[in-house]
Design a protein around this ligand. Structure first.
Ligand code: SF4
Length: 559
């Protein structure tokens, strides 16, 4: 397609992603500008409407998914009266418990470890939280653009100069359709990358600028989750249950969660590391197995599954955070790896880093100095804040589980005694897919897959249906495969095409070719729930997830 003529819009700030980090950044910045304008301060004129937020979902919050138990510390800093302002808090946490599961039994830990104690925290739907923050941001005068994905980074030399939005109305062969609209070039003094986990533009920025030089690679888990309506008298609203053990084996990192949003509404899910040795490891299927455990089944039986979703979680911690400020740009929230894997929490860190980015940008705009040195103040700010203190205490946590669950538990205990250190100052980490073994090294599947019954357990397509996922069918495939020959031959031989297993939405299928020449990869891109697992777990690193046309994707209502 010939290069289209594009409109260029100049503004102060472009934020990519309207999740908790991006929205908190916009809200804090808008408030600081409002206060300054009310005080009639001298200096450059600043306007809230010159803060732009791009969101690839058609509606704010539709792509936001989390467990989720919220530590309200940063929300209180952002919106001190958040309760009276109608923050959508499902329930304060009323009860905590950690259960260890065997294949048929379970025992509850007599004491909940301090890092999993949730008194004072709230069960929330991050989808609803983002919608609510979005309404505050809109009232504060910020310019919100839902349904617009970022398709590329604009540069002036090495300096990040903004974002190009996606072209709309392009067919699957890359040709313009009758409704074609070229994307905009949004040029900004500062661009904030708040795309969430494994953001596609953030990945590109980090790579192009070498921002991860000297840091550990990021480690990810995949979380899959369903929302269930259940009969009364099984749980109490506000109850939080975490599980360890079955159906994961002792070499796999992760566990289950069950949160009672209401007496009859449960959020239930399984989180598992993407560093499994077994190329057939299938987190979605293992989650279905989790629900068949008598303890979990006893809660769900007779109920109805309402919604489904999946997302990856950046768990590498402190030593996996890349440089978060560069010339013209900042990285906040999950996109920067700000997540406490020990506490299973990241929303509070997303909000706080968004706020600190806003304070940095505000000072830069007032000084009329948005140079790299000026933006580097963001690094100084988060390192001087409680974000640093919280992450420093668990800096070696996730790495300790690289050799299995029990060595990890031992390490975690040792690290708690030594303020996060353990036996070494900094534990290394390998990239998740480097753990994957060839089929001939691991001939037996680590756990047989279960056959879903459609009542308690579901196949991937039934779950995708309940994620509300919809994409325009006639558009270029947003899963870019660098070399199909590797998929159809080498990967089949060496790993048995793990994409068929690790994708929680049945996007990848191996099917017999029409000419009988063998099995070939088929991509059902419209099923994609935007979890980014394939971009992370593919052992040859030949799958690149890019944003599909804005407005498409899942619809994570109440998730
Ligand atoms: Fe997740 Fe990739 Fe499957 Fe989409 S195609 S659902 S990003 S694993």
């Amino acid at each position: 397609m010939p290069e289209a003529e594009r409109e260029t819009l100049e503004t102060d700030v472009v934020i990519v992603g309207a999740g908790p980090a991006g929205l908190s950044c916009a809200l804090r910045l808008a408030k600081l500008i409002e206060q300054r304008n009310a005080a009639n301060s001298s200096g450059p004129a600043l306007l809230q409407e010159n803060i732009y937020i791009l969101e690839k979902a058609g509606e704010i919050g539709a792509h936001c998914l989390s467990g989720a138990v919220l530590d309200p510390r940063s929300l209180r800093e952002l919106v001190p009266d958040f309760e009276s302002k109608g923050a959508p808090l499902e329930s304060p946490v009323t009860d905590d418990g950690v259960h260890f599961l065997t294949s048929s039994g379970q025992w509850k830990l007599p004491v909940t470890p301090p890092f999993l104690q949730n008194r004072g925290n709230y069960i929330v739907s991050v989808n609803k939280l983002a919608k609510w923050l979005g309404s505050l941001v809109e009232s504060a005068g910020v310019s919100l653009f839902p349904g617009f994905a970022g398709s590329g980074i604009l540069y002036d030399g090495k300096r990040v100069a903004g974002i190009r939005t996606d072209d709309k109305g392009v067919d699957k062969n890359g040709n313009p359709k009758s409704n074609f609209q070229p994307g905009y070039d949004l040029r900004a003094k500062v661009t904030v990358f708040a795309e969430g986990t494994r953001g596609s533009l953030t990945k590109q920025l980090v790579l192009e600028q070498g921002l991860d030089r000297g840091v550990n690679p990021q480690a990810y888990s995949l979380g899959v989750k369903e929302l269930w309506n259940i009969p009364a008298d099984r749980v109490r609203r506000g109850q939080v249950i975490h599980t360890a053990g079955w159906p994961l084996n002792s070499r796999q990192f992760g566990g289950g969660f069950i949160y009672a949003l209401e007496d009859t509404l449960l959020s239930v899910g399984l989180v598992a590391g993407l560093d499994s040795e077994d190329p057939r490891f299938d987190v979605h299927n293992r989650f279905q197995q989790f629900k068949t455990h008598p303890f979990v089944k006893g809660l769900l039986e007779g109920g109805e599954m309402l919604r489904y979703g999946a997302k990856t979680i950046p768990e590498g911690g402190y030593f996996s955070i890349p440089a978060t400020a560069t010339d013209g740009a900042l990285i906040v929230g999950d996109a920067g790896g700000f997540l406490n894997a020990q506490r299973l929490k990241g929303i509070h860190l997303a909000i706080k880093t968004g706020m600190l980015a806003a304070e940095t940008i505000f000072e830069a705009l007032v000084r009329e100095d948005w140079s790299e040195a000026s933006l580097k103040q963001f690094e100084a700010k988060w390192r001087a804040s409680w974000v640093h203190d919280e992450l420093w205490k668990v800096r070696n946590y996730r790495q300790g589980f690289e050799h299995g669950f029990w060595p990890g538990v031992l390490h975690a205990g040792l690290q708690m005694l030594t303020g996060g250190r353990g036996l070494r100052a900094r534990y290394p980490l390998r990239r998740d897919h480097e753990h994957m073994k060839h089929l001939d090294e691991i001939p037996t599947e680590s756990a047989a897959k279960i056959k879903p019954d459609g009542v308690l357990t579901f196949d991937k397509l039934s779950d995708v249906y309940r994620s509300g996922t919809h994409h325009e069918e006639d558009q270029p495939c947003h899963l870019k495969i660098a070399d199909f020959d590797i998929c159809n031959n080498r990967c089949t031989r060496e790993y048995g095409n793990p994409c068929q297993h690790f994708c929680p939405a049945a996007v990848y299928e191996m099917e017999e070719s029409a000419d009988g020449s063998g099995r070939q990869l088929k991509i059902n891109a419209s099923n994609c729930v935007h979890c980014k697992t394939c971009d992370i777990a593919d052992p040859y690193e030949i799958i690149t997830w890019v944003s599909p046309e804005g407005g498409g994707g899942p619809r994570f209502e109440r998730m």
